[in-house]
Ligand binder design. Structure first.
Ligand code: ASP
Length: 439
């Protein structure tokens, strides 16, 4: 049994968190491969080390001395080391790095990667595990994608049977020998790649919440965590607004059918959320909504034209106009002689009047209306499939609460019910759904 355990920034923030991680690892010896983030915030007003590293790089680019920021970074690591009595010489590495930084010899990616690098060095020394640098195995192709085959093989050769290893997340090596980072939050991807490379039994992603929550805790008080979610549901939830994992995380583990378990470093007894391709038995058969999520600020363009229902190519013409402006359409609800297209306001706003003119010209609709300030909400759940009455209950609950529905969309796979409301009803709609389906 092998578990790859990735610990995020808040789990790595200070010496107290390092102790929690050690306890988590000691409680299950199959957690032998550990991937770590840079130290995150210790409290709301604190800074993430990665942010400070980017700041430091910007300073040097503008010829501004970054010594003060650099010291904030180094003292975070030295404090952890000293508090935990780890014997590791960090000072000389810091000094060498600073010297190269002052000489403008460190790229932005290399500097940003040092947060994870020092985290992993410290954690490896603390646990008595082997430090495996990401540059030794994560190899990027020239186009910035990961060369999975080479990377996997390299890691398989580095991780030894029965020996614990700590790996820094977030970066790897380009073919020219330069360090390259993933986009922000990318240590999740490193963990997923490590789990896939080693054919782990589980990829555990340890963070500071007890799993993916059924709704946004800024909207719903103390929402429950989702015990089990499929990859498809997760895709729906993240697309519609839930911020869970870095988007590149799923692919490597999904490809190898490795379950992904989101856990809480601060509450290790909680089971968290288990993500799999599919589950044989539903955890709770009465619960058909897995999660509720949504985003504000969409625009709906609605047009009608007598006889549209029998004409060929109308929808294509509308979509072509949007395509010319490089706008990706999220939903296309339609009636017989009318069709609407829904997309983020941010995407259409800069071209709105040109687009309206082009649609007018190409489609010649009888009416063309713009509705903005629309929020799109998705109720996602694999147990909705083939269950009559779910949408009836859902819309009845919204109706009772006096919330007007502006748009409805349900995919034929019945994995979600998507609807639009006015921006101002966004939070109320999510609360109504949560309270009527979850509590
Ligand atoms: N430390 C990096 C960031 O803050 C990567 C990560 O934590 O996943 O984005």
């Amino acid at each position: 049994m092998l578990k790859v355990a990735k610990f995020g920034g808040s789990s790595m923030a200070d010496a107290g968190q390092y102790k929690k991680i050690r306890d988590i690892l000691l409680s299950d010896p199959s957690r032998r491969v550990v991937v770590v983030s840079a130290a995150g915030k210790r409290n709301k007003n604190d800074h993430k080390i990665t942010d400070l590293l980017y700041l430091c790089h910007a300073h040097t680019q503008y010829g501004v001395d970054c010594t003060a920021v650099f010291e904030m970074i180094t003292s975070r690591y030295l404090d952890i080391r000293n508090e935990l009595n780890i014997s590791l010489d960090l000072e000389s590495e810091f000094a060498a790095l600073k010297q190269r930084l002052d000489a403008k010899a460190v790229t932005q990616d290399e500097l940003a990667s040092r947060g994870e690098y020092f985290s992993a060095k410290l954690m490896a020394a603390y646990l008595g595990f082997r430090f495996i640098d990401a540059v030794e195995w994560i190899k990027f192709n020239l186009d910035g994608t990961v060369d999975q085959e080479t990377s996997y093989e390299a890691l398989q050769n580095l991780v030894l049977q029965g020996q614990g290893a700590v790996i820094p997340g977030f970066y790897g090596l380009m073919p020219d020998g330069h360090i390259r980072t993933f986009t922000r939050g990318g240590s999740d991807i490193t963990g997923s790649l490590a789990a896939a490379a080693l054919n782990a039994d589980v990829y555990e992603n340890w963070t500071d919440v007890s799993g993916i929550l059924m709704a946004d805790p800024r909207i719903v008080d103390d929402p429950q965590a989702i015990p089990e979610v499929t990859y498809d549901e997760l895709r729906e939830l993240s697309y519609s607004g839930a911020q869970v994992l870095h988007e590149g995380t799923i692919f490597p583990v999904r490809e190898k059918n490795i379950p992904l378990n989101i856990r809480n470093t601060n509450a290790p007894e909680d089971k968290g959320t288990m993500i799999r391709e599919k589950f044989d038995t539903p955890a709770d058969p009465d619960r058909f909504i897995t999660g509720i999520t949504g985003k504000k600020d969409f625009t709906i363009l609605s047009m009608s034209k007598r006889g549209m229902g029998n004409q060929v190519g109308v929808l294509r013409k509308v979509l072509s106009v949007l395509e010319r402006h490089n706008i990706s359409v999220d939903y296309v609800p339609n009636g017989i002689d009318n069709v609407s297209v829904v997309m983020p306001t941010e995407a259409i706003a800069p071209h709105l009047y040109t687009i309206l003119g082009e649609i007018q010209q190409d489609v010649e609709p009888d009416s063309l209306d713009v509705h903005d300030q629309i929020a799109v909400i998705a109720a996602v759940g694999r147990h909705m499939t083939f269950r009559p009455g779910v949408s009836g209950r859902l819309f009845a609950a919204l109706g009772e609460a006096g919330i007007n529905i502006r748009m409805i969309n349900q995919g034929p796979d019945e994995l979600n019910i998507i609807f639009g409301v006015d921006n101002r009803d966004f939070k109320a709609a999510i609360r109504v759904l949560y309270n009527s389906f979850v509590k």
